[in-house]
Design a protein around this ligand. Structure first.
Ligand code: UDP
Length: 482
């Protein structure tokens, strides 16, 4: 969990690895392309110092992008241990406000602009105290932004649980959202998480402007609605919407090749499916077995970032001892003999993989992803078509965007959060992506999206211009307040 401060220009506060990475990238871009001074205020939780420096170094090593780390406040006395993720993150950010305030007031020079993420809008009080314009950085997409900002209105309009509605949930000017695909905090309106989510949505609409990690040609309909639809515009109070995306890591070769890349070097072009569920995605024990069998049955090459199943006994032994071919033994949650049988076809990574490097490798022909927005953008930026296996947060909406709007992904017939995706379906989707005509067509489409993304980021591209506009608007506001 972290906050980011743009010294002289802005401050950004954002929690979670999936928020830290784009925030660092945005900070980097503002420093290198727009000549701003940026300081990152990083509220940290239990991430070990090694992981933290591994995460930060590639973004900060070669430029002046200071990162101030602030330990997250203890929330054990204010939220129950069973509270859901949004409740916990927001409580953490709220309790940390005094430390953020002290840190900012001791900065010399003090930042002029405050840029926070969607879970940190309670820290607007600090911006107001110090007279800084306040902006929100939305690390998700424009369609999600439409639903998010409109949620407080939906709360008044819709009776009963969203998931029990017969009709899709309407968002003015945007594609409607299927009831079962609403974001996680909307799944249960009686849960505290929903209230906290609504509160954050209101906080977002109070910003002086929104920066969204998307680009004009990717989501024209939702962006048009956020800017021109009367109802949505009145909700966001006519605030400017800046498209700054894609903000996604790029592969830059550094140091020695990792084992997985050496393995990929030996595989044919576009022959490997990369399987990963982000920084925190977990599958059930049953689902891991089905996925493993599906990969094996497909007879396609794979790289799989395998994590123990949800609820796995962390104190128990993870690996069967004495398994030949695996120095550490075979994880007992995989089918018996899986690693041996797939030794030539697959590469299993335990815990963390160099994802961007893998996706940009020519041997990779598909990505089975949990549809986290960063992973999605990294896949698009690498021209890799996807299997959209949404798990949490707004990922079901991302899966729909990828399959139905952009047509660069296939998805299981069932929602993986509700039902187990069977091995035959896994096999079918993997074959479709790697060796089917549909897979080839999707790859062509995603390559066009990749080109569109590059164009948006180029000088005079839409995202470049929008970022310049953001910087100019910041200046005007600062001048006005002097
Ligand atoms: N990531 C990685 N290696 C892994 C798993 C994840 O480098 O083994 C990175 C990935 O490249 C992405 C981020 O972690 O930048 C995950 O963000 P995303 O929004 O996709 O999902 P989240 O983890 O927030 O659910």
């Amino acid at each position: 969990f972290f906050d980011i401060v743009y010294k002289d220009k802005a401050i950004l506060c954002s929690p979670g690895v999936g928020h830290l990475v784009p925030a660092l990238l945005l900070g980097r871009r503002l420093v290198t392309q727009h000549n701003l001074q940026v300081t990152i205020l990083s509220v940290t939780t239990t991430t070990t110092p090694t992981t933290r420096s591994q995460l930060l170094t590639p973004f900060t090593a070669d430029i002046h992008l200071p990162v101030i780390q602030i330990p997250a406040a203890d929330i054990s006395s204010v939220v129950s241990p069973d509270a859901k993720v949004v409740t916990k993150i927001c409580a953490m950010m709220r309790q940390t406000i005094p430390t953020i305030r002290t840190t900012i007031s001791s900065m010399d020079p003090r930042p002029d602009v405050f840029l926070a993420d969607i879970f940190s809008t309670e820290s607007w009080v600090i911006a107001e105290e110090f007279g800084m314009p306040k902006y929100v950085f939305i690390t998700g997409n424009a369609w999600f932004t439409g639903l998010f900002t409109y949620s407080p209105v939906l709360d008044k309009k819709v009776a009963g649980q969203y998931v029990e509605q017969r009709e899709p949930v309407e968002i003015p000017g945007c594609k409607p959202v299927r009831p079962e695909e609403v974001v996680d905090p909307m799944l249960d309106r009686d849960d505290e998480d929903y209230r906290v989510y609504l509160n954050q949505a209101i906080g977002v609409t109070l910003a002086d402007g929104m920066l969204i990690n998307t680009w004009e040609n990717l989501e024209p309909q939702s962006l048009h609605a956020l800017r021109n639809n009367e109802i949505l515009r009145s909700i966001v109070k006519n605030k400017p919407v800046y498209t700054v995306g894609p903000i996604a890591k790029k592969y830059e070769p550094v140091g020695l090749k990792s084992e997985v890349i050496e393995w990929l070097d030996k595989q044919p072009e576009r022959s490997v499916i990369y399987v990963s569920f982000g920084s925190g995605g977990m599958l059930s024990a049953e689902q891991i077995i089905e996925l493993a069998w599906g990969l094996e049955l497909s007879q396609q090459r794979f790289v799989w970032v395998v994590r123990p199943p949800a609820g796995y006994d962390k104190d128990g032994s993870f690996f069967k001892s004495g398994h030949s071919g695996e120095p550490n033994g075979e994880p007992e949650y995989l089918p018996e003999g899986f690693l041996t049988r797939t030794k030539k076809m697959g590469f299993v990574v335990r815990s963390w993989a160099p994802q961007v490097e893998i996706l940009s490798h020519t041997s990779v022909g598909g990505f089975l992803t949990h549809c986290g927005w960063n992973s999605t953008l990294e896949s698009i930026s690498s021209g890799v078509a996807m299997i959209a296996w949404a798990l949490y947060a707004e990922q079901r909406m991302n899966a729909t965007l990828l399959t139905e709007e952009l047509k660069v992904a296939v998805r299981p017939a069932v929602l993986p959060t509700k039902k187990v995706v069977g091995r035959e379906e896994v096999e079918k989707m993997v074959r479709c992506l790697i060796e089917g005509e549909e897979g080839k067509a999707m790859t062509e489409k995603v390559k066009r999206l990749k080109e569109g993304a590059e164009e948006a980021l180029s000088v005079n591209g839409s995202s470049y211009i929008s970022t310049c506009k953001f910087v100019d608007d910041c200046w005007s506001r600062i001048q006005q307040s002097i």
